[in-house]
Design a protein around this ligand. Structure first.
Ligand code: MOS
Length: 731
C-alpha cells in the first residue's frame, strides 16, 4: 500500500481498540518467566554446547602469538575458534570493526577467541587458559586531544548533511546585541540493557543456519550474518521473539551471533553464547562522547538572529559521527544559522546508535544553551522558547512541519508543573537542607518513515494471526499490533494472535529510531486492508463501503458475520506500507514535547535528588497510552541517568572503558526516581501514517538531562557544562 496522505478518514478512526491503555498481551509471559529469551531457548536437536568469548587485552595493535593448546586440552572443550581457524569472514554493513579480531586488533575487548565446551563452566575455565601475546601500538583515545584534527565526514544516509548554512551566521552573530558562546561535553555512554547480547546457533545438515538472538532489526541481522559468514541470505534464519532491552545496542548482530555460528560449526553442535557482562561495554557499541559548541545571537527583544551548533565526536576508522546538531537545524527560528559535525579517528570501541542518537546528546547541550541565553536576556526560559518557536523548517522555510505543538507542550507543562512558583534568580528556594530548583527543556525527535510489511491470516474459526518480523524490545509491539489488527478487522483483541521476530515472516521496519510503533502498525494496517478486500469479495460486498465492526461486516444494508467469509477456507493477505519520497521533502515530520524537573541539592554535600518530573508530549496518535507512557517514563529515567551519573570512564592511556559492568556503570535505580507524570497532547497527524501515529520512545529522553541541569542551576547558581553533573562539579 502506497500511503496517500492526508487520508482524512479511514476505518481506524472508529477507534474501538486502538488508543486504549491496554495491558501488554505478552505481560503474563514475562512476569511468569515463560517468555523465551535467546539464551533460554533450548528446544533444538542435539546437545547444546556453551561458548565463552575471549576479548582482546589491548586497544590497538596485533596478536604476536596465541597459544590455545591448554584450552583445547581442558575438560569438556569441544572447539576453540580464532581468526586462524574460522575461515575467511566477510564484513557486515553495520559493524565498523571486525566481530572476530586477529591478528590485527581494532579495539579493546574485540573478540579474539571463542572457547566452546560441554558446559558453560568448562568453557569459562578453559577460556582463562588461552594465552595471547600482544604487540600494542599507539592509539588515539581522548576526543579532546584529537579534536583539532577532526574532519567533516562525508554525508550519508545515516548522517544526513554533515554541514548546513543559511544566511550569514558570522555577520549576524557579531552584530547581535546579546550573545552566547558556550561549549558542552557529553561522555561515552553504555546501553546497559538488562539482557546481555546472546545467541543460540544451530546448523542444519543442508548448511542452513538458525540463530535465536537478541536483535532489534531482524532483516539487517540476517543480511549482516550472511555477509559475515559468506553465505546466501536465504540460508540464514534469525529468531528474536523477546528482547530484554536494546536501546540501539542490539540494532546489529554482534560478536555473540557470529561466534555462536562459528562455534556451532566447529563443535558440530548447537552453541549458546551470552556475551559476558564485563565484555559488553568494550566489545559492543556505545554512545560516543561529544564536544559541542553552541553560539546564539539575539536581539534585545529575545528573538534569535544567529544560531550555530558544532559537534565533535570520534569513532574507529570507517565509523560515523554522532549527529548531535540535528535538532538545532529544526527546533528554533533564526534567519542566520550554521551547523557542522566533525569526526575524529579514535581507537575506542565502536561508537553507534543509542536511544535517540543525535538528539539525545544534542539536546543536552542546546537546551542548556537556551536556558543560559534566556537568563542573559532576562527572560523566562519558557517565554524565550515560545518566542522563537516556528511552524516551518528554519533552514527551508518553504517546508512546514506536519504538526508542531511545542508551544502547547511548554504551556500545558508550565501550568501543570506550577512553573509560576519558580524563582528566576538561582539559589533562592530552600526546603530544609535542600536547595530547590525547577528546570525546563524542550523535547524534540524526528519521526522517521520506514517501509514495513506484514501478513494476516483469518482462519475458518474467525481467528486472526498477524505475522511480521517486527520485534518487541520491551516496548509493547505485540500489543499495539494486535490492537491495530483488531481495530482494522473489527475483531475483539482476544481473537488476534501476533507472531514477531522471525526472519521467515514478512520484513518489517524493525525497532529503531523510535520508528517501530508507527511504521509497524501501518504495515499491519496495510495487510489488514488487503484482507478486507478479500473478505468483501467473498461476501460479494463493496470493500470501500464495507464496515468491519464487532465481528460483523456491514455493507449495503446487510450485516454478515465475518466468519462467513472463511466458512470453507482461510484467507491470507500480505502487504506493506510504503511512503512516497516527496513526503519528507515537502514537509517535516517531528515529535515535540516539554520536560519539567524539580531537583533538590543538598547544601552540604551537593547531592542531587530529582523530586518531580513531568513530560508533555505531542507525538501523533497515541496507540496505547499505557505502553506509550511506559516508554516515556523509561526514557525520562534514562535522561536522569545521562544528567547525573552515566559515564563510561575512559582509561586514556590504554583505551578502554574501565567501569565495564553494571556494578560500576551507574544508572538510576528506583530510589533515584520520583513520581513521573506523562501527558500526551491530542494529536493526530494525517501525514504520518494511516493510523496518524508517530514515535514517542525516544522523544521521552530528548531534553530530560538538560531540564535536570537547568533545575540544578536554578537551585544552586552553578552552571555545569560537562555531563554528568556529579556532585564534585557543584562543590
Ligand atoms: Mo534506537 S538507538 O535506533 O534503537
Amino acid at each position: 500500500m502506497k500511503f496517500d496522505a492526508p487520508a482524512t478518514t479511514n476505518p481506524i478512526d472508529q477507534l474501538k481498540v486502538v488508543g486504549r491503555p491496554l495491558n501488554r498481551i505478552d505481560g503474563p509471559y514475562k512476569t511468569t518467566g515463560t517468555a523465551p529469551y535467546a539464551y533460554e531457548h533450548h528446544e533444538v536437536p542435539g546437545d547444546i554446547a556453551y561458548g565463552v568469548v575471549v576479548g582482546a587485552g589491548i586497544a590497538k595493535g596485533r596478536i604476536a602469538s596465541m597459544d590455545t593448546r591448554a584450552a583445547q586440552a581442558a575438560p569438556g572443550v569441544l572447539a576453540v575458534v580464532t581468526a586462524r581457524n574460522a575461515g575467511k569472514l566477510g564484513k557486515g554493513k553495520m559493524n565498523t570493526a571486525k566481530l572476530l579480531g586477529g591478528p590485527q586488533i581494532d579495539h579493546y575487548h574485540q573478540a579474539v577467541a571463542l572457547v566452546v565446551a560441554q558446559t558453560f563452566e568448562q568453557a569459562r575455565a578453559a577460556a582463562e587458559l588461552v594465552q595471547v601475546r600482544y604487540e600494542a601500538a599507539r592509539g588515539a583515545f581522548d576526543l579532546s586531544a584529537v579534536k583539532d584534527g577532526a574532519k567533516t565526514p562525508e554525508p550519508n544516509e545515516n548522517t544526513g548533511p554533515t554541514e548546513t548554512s543559511v544566511g550569514d551566521f558570522e555577520g549576524a552573530y557579531a552584530a547581535a546585541p546579546v550573545q552566547l558562546d558556550v561549549t558542552y561535553t557529553t561522555p561515552d555512554q553504555s546501553h546497559a540493557m538488562m539482557e546481555p547480547h546472546a545467541t543460540l546457533a544451530v546448523w542444519n545438515d543442508d548448511g542452513a543456519l538458525t540463530v535465536w538472538t537478541a536483535n532489534q532489526m531482524i532483516d539487517w541481522g540476517v543480511g549482516d550474518l550472511a555477509r559475515t559468514l559468506n553465505m546466501p541470505k536465504d540460508k540464514v534464519r534469525l529468531i528474536s521473539p523477546f528482547i530484554g532491552g536494546g536501546f540501539g545496542g542490539k540494532l546489529f548482530v554482534r560478536a555473540d551471533a557470529v561466534l555462536a555460528a562459528l562455534g556451532a560449526r566447529a563443535a558440530k553442535r548447537p552453541v549458546k553464547v551470552a556475551l559476558q557482562r564485563p565484555l559488553i561495554a568494550n566489545n559492543t557499541t556505545h554512545r560516543p562522547a561529544t564536544i559541542q559548541r553552541i553560539r546564539l545571537g539575539a536581539g534585545k527583544d529575545g528573538r534569535l538572529t544567529a544560531v550555530a551548533h558544532e559537534s565533535w565526536s570520534g569513532d574507529l576508522p570507517g565509523g560515523g559521527p554522532e549527529t548531535a546538531v540535528n535538532q538545532t537545524r529544526l527546533l528554533y527560528a533564526g534567519a542566520n544559522r550554521m551547523t557542522g559535525m566533525k569526526l575524529a579517528v579514535l581507537d575506542l570501541p565502536e561508537g553507534n546508535a543509542m536511544r535517540a542518537p543525535g538528539e539525545a546528546p544534542g539536546m543536552m547541550a542546546l537546551e542548556v544553551a537556551m536556558d543560559e541565553m534566556a537568563e542573559r536576556l532576562g527572560m523566562d526560559p519558557i517565554a524565550f522558547r515560545i518566542l522563537n518557536d516556528t511552524q516551518v523548517d528554519p533552514e527551508k522555510p518553504s517546508r512546514p512541519f506536519t504538526q508542531r505543538q511545542l508551544t502547547q507542550c511548554l504551556q500545558q507543562g508550565a501550568e501543570r508543573f506550577g512553573w509560576k512558583a519558580r524563582q528566576a534568580r538561582p539559589g533562592q528556594q530552600r526546603d530544609g537542607r535542600w536547595l530547590v530548583g525547577l528546570g525546563v527543556a524542550a523535547a524534540f525527535r524526528n519521526n522517521l518513515l520506514q517501509t514495513s510489511g506484514a501478513r494476516v491470516r483469518l482462519d475458518t474459526k474467525g481467528m486472526l494471526t498477524v505475522d511480521t518480523d517486527m520485534t518487541d524490545i520491551g516496548t509493547g509491539s505485540y500489543t499495539i499490533l494486535a490492537q491495530t489488527a483488531a481495530e482494522t478487522m473489527g475483531l475483539p483483541l482476544e481473537r488476534v494472535t501476533v507472531r514477531l521476530g522471525d526472519s521467515l515472516l514478512p520484513v518489517s521496519c524493525g525497532s529503531g529510531g523510535q520508528w517501530g510503533a508507527a511504521n509497524s502498525t501501518a504495515g499491519v494496517y496495510a495487510a489488514c486492508m488487503a484482507l478486507r478486500k478479500q473478505v468483501a469479495e467473498r461476501l460479494g460486498v463493496d470493500a470501500e463501503q464495507a464496515q468491519f465492526v464487532d465481528g460483523q461486516v456491514v455493507a449495503g444494508g446487510r450485516t454478515v458475520p465475518l466468519t462467513q467469509a472463511v466458512a470453507d477456507r482461510e484467507l491470507v493477505a500480505e502487504d506493506k506500507i510504503e511512503y512516497p519520497k516527496e513526503f519528507s521533502e515537502k514537509a517535516q515530520q517531528s515529535t515535540f514535547g516539554a520536560h519539567f524537573v524539580e531537583v533538590g541539592v543538598d547544601m552540604a554535600t551537593c547531592e542531587v535528588r530529582v523530586r518531580r518530573m513531568l513530560a508533555v508530549c505531542a507525538a501523533g496518535r497515541i496507540l496505547n497510552p499505557k505502553t506509550a507512557r511506559s516508554q516515556v517514563i523509561g526514557a525520562m529515567t534514562m535522561g536522569v541517568g545521562a544528567a547525573l551519573m552515566e559515564d563510561l570512564a575512559l582509561d586514556k592511556r590504554r583505551g578502554f572503558f574501565v567501569n565495564h559492568d553494571l556494578a560500576a556503570y551507574e544508572v538510576p535505580v528506583h530510589a533515584d526516581i520520583p513520581h513521573q507524570e506523562v501527558v500526551f497532547l491530542d494529536e493526530t497527524d494525517p501525514m504520518s501514517t494511516p493510523l496518524k501515529a508517530k514515535g514517542v520512545g525516544e522523544l521521552g529522553i530528548c531534553g530530560v538531562a538538560a531540564a535536570v541541569a537547568n533545575a540544578i542551576y536554578n537551585a544552586t547558581g552553578v552552571r555545569v557544562r560537562d555531563y554528568p553533573v556529579t556532585l564534585d562539579k557543584l562543590l
